[in-house]
Design a protein around this ligand. Sequence first.
Ligand SMILES: *Cc1c(COP(=O)(O)O)cnc(C)c1O
Length: 378
Amino acid sequence: MARPIRAEISASALRHNYRRAKELAPNASALAVVKANAYGHGVERVAAALHDADGFATLELESAEILRARGISSPILMLEGFFEASELKQFAHLQLMAGIHDAACLQQLANASLSQPLDVFLKFNTGMNRLGFGCDSADALQAVEVILNAANRNANIRNLTLMTHFASADAEGSAGEFAVERQVTRFSEVLLVAKKVLDVREFKVSMANSAATLRHSIAHQDWVRPGIMLYGSSPFTDESATELNLKPAMTFSSEIIAIQELRRGDAVGYGATYVANQPMRIGIVACGYADGYPRHAPGGNNTGTPILVDGIRTRTVGRVSMDMLAVDLSPIPKAQVGSKVTLWGQDLSADEVAQAAGTIAYELFCAIAPRVRMVSVA
Ligand SMILES: *Cc1c(COP(=O)(O)O)cnc(C)c1O
C-alpha cells in the first residue's frame, strides 16, 4: 500500500471562499491571489476551481504561464512585476498586468519595445517599507508627481492602477483600525496628486488583502486581493475561519501505522521530550516534518498540538520526526493501525495547529512537501 499521507483540495470550499470575498466587497473586482503555487494548494487546481474569478494575482512567471495555458483569459496581476526587462516580452505576450515599484522598473518598461501595451499597478509604500514608491513627506510626494507624469507619458502603459499593501490590517480591534487608517490617509495623498497629474486619465485603486477585505471596507476600492481567506484560513487571531464563514480548502490527513503501549516512565521520540506519567496508548502517524508538518509543534508533557484521530480531538506527544509523529490515543480507545488522522482541515483548522506551533497557516500551507500526494475533490 502507498504511504497514506495526502492533502485533499476542495474545489467547492475554494469557490465558497471566493464568493465570500465578493460578498464582502460587492463593488470591487477580486483578484484571487495564487502566488507560491496557490499557497501550496496547486495553482492549476485552484485556477480550475476559480476559472470564472474576476482575475488572479501571482508572483512567478511560470504560474502566470500555467494560468494562461489553462485557458484563463481574465486579468493576471504580477504582484512584484518583472525581475528583469527580458521578461517584458512575455508579459506583453500573455497580457499580464505588471506591478511597478520603483523608477528603474518604470524606465525599463518605457524603454521596452512591446507588441502591445501593459496594464500597470504602481505600488506605493504607505508604511510597510518593503516595496513601492515613497510618499511620506512633501519631497516624496513631489517625486510621486514626477513618477505619475512619467507613467502617464509611458506608451507601454495602458490602464493604470495605484496600489498599496497593508502591514497590519489583521491586527486586533482598534489597533487594526488605526494601522489601516494611517496607511489609507497616507495613500490618499498619493491619490490627490494622481487626480491632479493624471487629469482626464482614469485610474483604479487597489489596497485590500484578505484581512482588509474581511474587516476594512474603506480599503475595498476597485480591486481587492484576497489570498489566505480563499484557502479557508483566518488572517486574525481574534476571529476564527468558521466565525468568518470560511471553509478549509485543504484537508491534510494520514493514518496510524503503529501503536505503542507505554508504561509509566516510558518516553517518546527523539530527545525523550515526552514521558508517560501513567500507562497509555500512543499512535504513530505517517507524517513528519519532511511532509511539511511543523517540527516546532509542541509535544511536551504539558503542551501538545491538536490533531484528530477518527475525527476525535487529541494531541501530539514527543518531537515531530522527519517521517513520523506520535499522538496520545487516550481519548480514542478504539483507534488502531489504519485509523484516519487529520493533521488539519475539516474540523481542525490549520490556524489552530499553526498557533500551537508558533507560526501562521500561510507557512504551513506553503510548506506541504512535494512527496505528499495532493488530490482534488469536489
Ligand atoms: C500575498 C499578497 C496578498 C494576499 O495577502 P493575504 O494576506 O494572503 O490575503 C495581497 N497583496 C499582495 C501585494 C500580496 O503580496
